[in-house]
Design a protein around this ligand. Structure first.
Ligand code: SAJ
Length: 426
């Protein structure tokens, strides 16, 4: 099979890198996004998301003439659906973008085409949701066109490298579809390509992120116990991890991002009676911002009226993604408790949380603060000199929710509280 031209539907964190990578490997790519603003930004030569190396890659793709962007699909050899599948208030999957993208393909679908669903989706989405929509074209999946599920497994912050190097699982609705998918991704993938059926491939993706969520929940619970028993979780973790079959993850203020805090819910929704552990892990991680806020409140007596500098709003270090961020939830809890919070997020300085003030610089956030909280261990914050903070703050309380600041803070006269470092009073 020859893939000369493809259409990528959805130009977000996964779609844009994928479209550009195909384009820089000689495939003619039409990147499609229904958001006119995104199309406009890309056409002007800019990009709308922060990811190391992405701007250069997108520009190279445009320069080589193999990438174009549009708000509607067109005829192609393959269609890749990479649209968001968020969860709704009630924790059920919002599949509307997948439905619209599949419907948008119908008029252009031809005999011999390949359709790939990349969006993380509840089990059986490819066969039970996408397949019937595409078959409204009059063509039959497995007979007239190929259909596969293949999720992206890249880590934000190193997407471009992992896109090419990670192993890729391709699940076909039949063997021929899986093989067609393997050929498509073989265009650039250097990692192993593994073939399976569509539902197994969907489940693999959900299992990976759920596994991580459960393990982070365990780490967070261990950290809570450390406060109860007056020990240091970080030290205990290091010692436990010397065991050859143990890898305790890091405790923190909670789990965010569009993947790990979302995907487990797809399994809970699909089978609530079989997922008590998965659900419990979600609840532990979702309540971790409150645990972290409680540490500060205990120290300050009351949060009301206290000036707090909150460093970082992103869901993890050195990314600009604020989706489902536990740092935001933490700030909201402080605002609810009537604290006067100034936030500083260097990757999105304009991001404002209702009731809190968005500082334009680190200095502005620190100025006259009673307490300082590290919510995201961005490089800029890891290397923050305690003396610099001491010169700008009024108070001496520091809460490190990531376990990265050392005793230099205490030497500089601060009272350093570290999440997971118990003093036997928690
Ligand atoms: N976190 C902890 N403790 C840890 C590790 C992470 O609290 O030890 C927190 C982070 O601070 C963050 C959240 O978990 O808030 C998620 O961060 P992450 O770096 O673990 O993962 P993501 O969401 O950026 O990317 C994940 C990856 N999945 C796995 O590692 C199994 C990535 O490979 C997936 O492609 C991505 O989800 C996705 O798109 O599904």
């Amino acid at each position: 099979m020859k893939f000369e031209k493809i259409c990528v539907l959805g130009l977000g964190y996964i779609g844009l890198p994928t479209a550009s990578t195909f384009a820089t490997h000689g495939v003619q790519v039409t990147g499609v996004d229904i958001n006119q603003k995104v199309v406009g930004i890309l056409r002007s030569g800019d990009i709308h998301i922060h990811e190391p190396g992405l701007r250069t890659l997108v520009q190279a793709a445009f320069r080589s003439g193999t990438l174009q962007v549009s708000d509607t699909p067109e005829k192609a050899d393959a269609f890749i659906i990479a649209v968001p599948t968020p969860i709704q208030e009630d924790k059920t999957a919002d599949m509307r973008a997948v439905v619209s993208a599949a419907e948008a393909i119908i008029p252009f679908l031809e005999f011999g085409n390949l359709v790939v669903l990349e969006s993380t989706s509840p089990p059986r989405t490819t066969v039970d949701l996408v397949r019937p929509i595409l078959e409204r074209s009059g063509l039959k999946a497995g007979e007239d066109f190929f259909l596969v599920y293949s999720a992206e497994r890249v880590l934000p912050g190193q997407i471009l490298q992992e896109l090419i190097e990670n192993a890729r699982v391709i699940g076909g609705i039949d063997r021929a579809s899986a093989e067609a998918g393997a050929e498509l991704y073989g265009t650039f993938a250097r990692g192993e390509i593994l073939l399976t059926d569509a539902t197994t491939a969907e489940m693999v993706k959900l299992m990976e992120n759920t596994y991580r969520d459960i393990n982070i929940a365990a780490a967070n619970e261990f950290a809570r116990l450390a406060h109860k028993f007056g020990i240091n979780f970080w030290e205990a973790r290091q010692l436990a991890n010397l065991h050859p079959r143990v890898e305790v993850l890091k405790a923190g203020p909670g789990v965010g991002g569009h993947c790990i805090s979302v995907d487990p819910w797809f399994l809970v929704e699909a089978a609530p009676d079989r997922t008590p552990l998965i659900r419990q892990a979600r609840d532990i991680n979702d309540s971790q911002p409150a645990f972290a806020a409680g540490l500060l409140e205990k120290e300050l007596g009351s949060l009301a009226g206290k000036k707090v500098a909150a460093l970082g709003l992103a869901y993890k270090p050195d990314v600009d993604d604020l989706r489902e961020s536990p740092a935001i939830h933490f700030v909201e809890l402080l605002v609810e408790a009537d604290a006067k919070v100034k936030t500083y997020e260097p990757f999105k300085p304009d991001a404002a949380i209702p009731g809190a003030e968005a500082a334009a610089s680190l200095e502005e956030a620190l100025a006259e603060a009673d307490a300082l909280v590290l919510l995201v261990d961005h490089e800029q914050f890891r290397s923050l000199e305690p003396d610099q903070a001491a010169g700008q703050m009024t108070g001496k309380i520091v809460l490190d929710t990531r376990g990265v600041w050392d005793d230099r803070w205490e030497k500089a006269g601060f009272k350093l509280l570290t999440l997971g470092k118990g003093k036997g009073n928690g």
